[in-house]
Design a protein around this ligand. Structure first.
Ligand code: NAD
Ligand code: GLY
Length: 372
């Protein structure tokens, strides 16, 4: 069965198709590709797994391919240039379509290349990680990292469609599945307490990759994301809620060197920091924090930041977050589980206490690991 959701954005509206075996069923989605020229962008890990099937699905079109090195450390302007070179070498014109085949790194870079090439061409997303299927492939945020800040160079550019073949998750490594679960849990925490309860009840099945349960989680995440993006495409307000834990998480990723921490892992720790600050700000209960911790622990996600990272490191790196306005840091906090807000109304003393407590926990954990 194929499920269809729609991101409603007037003339930039597009469908999200979710189903098993969609890579081999182009009849569901091929009409969303308007051009004869297509450029498939993928990486060295995903190409041997899925490239031939996409090439077959696109039979009849003029197909070119760019295979990028794999890893967050390659999500930068240098690697982006390989896409532009491939497009120019194959004489692709402004009616071409770029096809992003891979995880969030490939999706973000391909989308950004599509936003820039000849001032904007079509692209479609074929996300193959859980994280990309529930989050990054939907909503049109595209871009690359800079050594001084994560995702700091980019554009809003919506895809023509998103094709989610849930079978592709069968080849995903366990830690990558866990990273995706961090974003799934995020949706429950920010906007949907019922969904959070559903995740708690179904986490074992999600980890066992039960296809029906995975498809249901992906459906609900895409539904929430499509709704938020339709209301606030360029993040003037509500869309920022989707960044729960990301300000702290991006600081961890930049500090550690891109690729050392998975994005979802950093988001999990960042979410716990945001939850801790929410509790110190008088919103969440201590029992709520314990509940979130239990869920992340079950999902095999980290709970503490890198042990050597200091509060000063966090503050320095968070100062370049995209949510900073006029030098004022804004964070996504939780009023209660299932109800998030964007705010600058937190005390700097409370933020310092949150960071100090997490760093103490990280140091204790590192010492414990050395002793055993
Ligand atoms: P990723 O793209 O690095 O993929 C993770 C790993 O899995 C890679 O090694 C990849 O090659 C491999 N892989 C992909 N599909 C596979 C499959 N089916 N089987 C086996 N291996 C597979 O990481 P990710 O977690 O997908 O995405 C993280 C990126 O997404 C970050 O750069 C983050 O900033 C970005 N992101 C963007 C948005 C957005 O709205 N644009 C939202 C969230 C995250
Ligand atoms: N991943 C956050 C957003 O798309 O806004």
């Amino acid at each position: 069965m194929t499920l269809r959701l729609d991101v409603a954005l007037n003339e930039r509206s597009y469908p999200i198709f979710i189903g098993q075996g969609l890579l081999d069923r182009p009849e569901c989605w091929i009409d969303t590709i308007r051009s004869n020229q297509v450029m498939i962008v993928t990486n060295t890990t995903v190409a041997p797994l899925y490239l031939e099937r996409i090439r077959l699905a696109l039979t009849g079109k003029q197909i070119a391919t760019v295979i990028l090195p794999d890893g967050e450390q390659f999500k930068n302007l240098d690697t982006l240039d390989q896409i532009f070179t491939g497009l120019l070498q194959s004489r692709h014109n402004r009616t071409t379509t770029l096809v992003a085949l891979g995880g969030g790194v490939i999706g973000d870079m391909t989308g950004f290349a599509a936003a820039c090439y000849q001032r904007g061409v079509d692209f479609v997303q074929i996300p193959t990680t859980l994280l990309a299927q529930v989050d990054s492939s939907v909503g049109g945020k595209t871009g690359v990292n800079h050594p001084l800040g994560k995702n700091m160079i980019g554009a809003f550019h919506q895809p023509r469609c998103v094709i989610i073949d849930t079978d592709t998750l069968n080849t995903l490594a366990d830690n990558q599945l866990a990273a995706g679960l961090a974003e799934v849990i995020k949706y429950g925490l920010i906007l949907d307490l019922n969904f959070l309860q559903w995740i708690e009840a179904n986490l074992d099945s999600l980890q066992a990759r039960n296809p029906a349960i995975l498809a249901e989680a992906i459906r609900r995440c895409c539904e929430i994301k499509a709704q938020v993006v339709s209301e606030d495409e360029t993040e003037q307000g509500k869309r920022a809620l989707l960044n729960l834990g990301h300000t702290f998480g991006h600081a961890i990723e930049t500090y550690s060197g891109y690729g050392s921490w998975l994005h979802g892992e950093a988001v999990a720790v960042g979410t716990l920091l945001a939850a801790d600050l929410s509790q110190r700000s008088g919103w969440l209960e201590k029992s709520d924090i314990e509940r979130i911790k239990r869920l992340f622990l079950r999902a095999q996600l980290p709970l503490t930041p890198p042990p050597a990272m200091t509060s000063a490191d966090f503050m320095r790196l968070m100062a370049v977050d995209k949510k900073v306005l006029d030098g004022q840091l804004r964070l996504i906090l939780l009023r209660q589980l299932g109800d998030a807000l964007v705010t600058e109304q937190f005390s700097t003393t409370a933020l310092a206490a949150t960071l100090d407590a997490a760093i103490l926990d990280a140091t204790a954990l590192a010492t414990q690991a050395l002793d055993t």
